[in-house]
Design a protein around this ligand. Structure first.
Ligand code: GDP
Length: 184
């Protein structure tokens, strides 16, 4: 099964993207015992393709203080575990020095990278993405997680990447839906 890790420096919208991607197809949420709280795993479907989506905390490759350092160590594990990285950056602030550090880190890994330029609602996509060209990633897309813009194109890129990699474990649509009912 394809696994996708969402990584990026703090506050770029990783969790927002995680929520958008996992809600959009009525995500099946898998609660896996033993997983550390610092990485969240959710099983989602995009066009019937099952995917493990991994959310991570803020990534600062050169972090020295204890909490940031530990979160970054968790992110490194997530990158090692996944097939593909959604590297989230902030289109409003432009390319940040920590984005460059993350790009340096990712270049040393043999992973597929999609550069996701978030918070791009209302911005000129060409201008916005040109600021991030220096990071050197060819697969990039401007989106807005909070405004649900270009999420469908991001999904198409993810699916095409999965097909290209031979992840063709599509499932049929006949899964069970469960409602939880009860008085307050
Ligand atoms: P994380 O720390 O990278 O997980 O970022 P969050 O998902 O917690 O988002 C950080 C802040 O950015 C929050 O205030 C979000 O509401 C905001 N945010 C997330 N996505 C977008 C977006 O597409 N556009 C704008 N303008 N704000 C966003």
């Amino acid at each position: 099964m394809l696994s996708l890790a969402i990584i990026g420096r703090p506050n770029v919208g990783k969790s927002s993207l995680f929520n958008v991607l996992s809600r959009s197809r009525k995500a099946l949420v898998a609660d896996i015992p033993g997983l550390t709280r610092d990485r969240n795993y959710i099983k989602i479907f995009i066009d019937n393709l099952p995917i493990w989506l991994i959310d991570t905390g803020g990534f600062e490759p050169k972090a020295k203080d204890t909490v940031s350092y530990k979160m970054s160590e968790q992110t490194k594990i997530a990158v090692d575990e996944c097939d593909c990285v959604l590297f989230v950056v902030d289109g409003r602030t432009g390319c940040h020095p920590i984005d460059e550090q993350i790009a340096d880190f990712l270049r040393k890994k043999n992973k597929k990278i999609i550069l996701v330029i978030n918070k791009s609602e209302g911005l000129n996509f060409n201008l916005t993405s040109s600021d991030f060209l220096r990071l050197g990633f060819t697969n990039n897309i401007c989106i807005s997680a909070s405004h649900n813009e270009n999420i469908h194109i991001l999904k198409e890129i993810i699916v095409s990447l999965a097909d290209h990699d031979g992840h063709d474990d599509y499932v049929n649509n006949e899964h069970v839906s469960i409602s939880i009912l009860g008085k307050p």
